[in-house]
Structure formats: structure tokens, C-alpha cells
Design a protein around this ligand. Sequence first.
Ligand SMILES: *[C@@H]1O[C@H](CO)[C@@H](O)[C@H](O)[C@H]1NC(C)=O
Length: 113
Amino acid sequence: MRVISLSSLVALAAPLASAFTLSAPTNPTSGEITEIHWGFTATDPATFTLFLVNSTQAFDLKATIGQNLQTSLGEITTLWPVLPSGAGYQLRAVDVTNVDRVLAFSPAFAVSA
Ligand SMILES: *[C@@H]1O[C@H](CO)[C@@H](O)[C@H](O)[C@H]1NC(C)=O
């Protein structure tokens, strides 16, 4: 039992083997237009959901940036949510049908006010 719960924890914390990569946005500012870029290969899912989370708290969801985003776009330009400024934000790309299936994390980054 212990082994099973440990391995499911690992599965939650670590992205599955995937070619998907997520860049930190450049100078994201609360309430401003922001570009988000990602990299992918043909083996990645065709669509994904993009969450903004706390980089130190896996379940501290800050915002949903996009749902059913088309992977092949490689980038979106979006209105950044209104959020407190500070460091420790992170983007997380997940499977549209299973949010526990993490495709990629971005590096942690700061948001400006
Ligand atoms: C993330 O969580 C930590 C611990 O609760 C908190 O101190 C920090 O302010 C949070 N950061 C963001 C960006 O929400």
C-alpha cells in the first residue's frame, strides 16, 4: 500500500515523459496583455488546458489561463488575470480530460502589479 501511494504522489508531482515544454512569460503584469509560448512534438495531445499555480504549492490554483488551447499554435496572446504582484507563480499545462496528467511546468516567475 505504501508503495502504491508513493508512486501516485510521484505521478502527480512529475510531468509524464512528454516533449511538451512551457516557457515562463516575459514580464507578466496583472491585467495586461501577455504572450505565452510553448514547445511540442507530434506525440503531444492536440489540445491542453493551461493553469496558473503557486510554484511551491501544487494545489494552489491561481487562475485558468485557457481551456482547450490548440497545441499546434505554439503561443497565445492573452489578457493576464488580475493578481497580486510577487514571485512564485508557475504555469502548468494539463490534459484537457485529466487535470492530474501534467504535460509541463514552466519555470517559476514573478508577476508585476
Ligand atoms: C505561494 O504559497 C506560499 C505558501 O503558502 C505563499 O507564501 C506565497 O505567497 C504564494 N505565492 C503566490 C504567488 O501565491
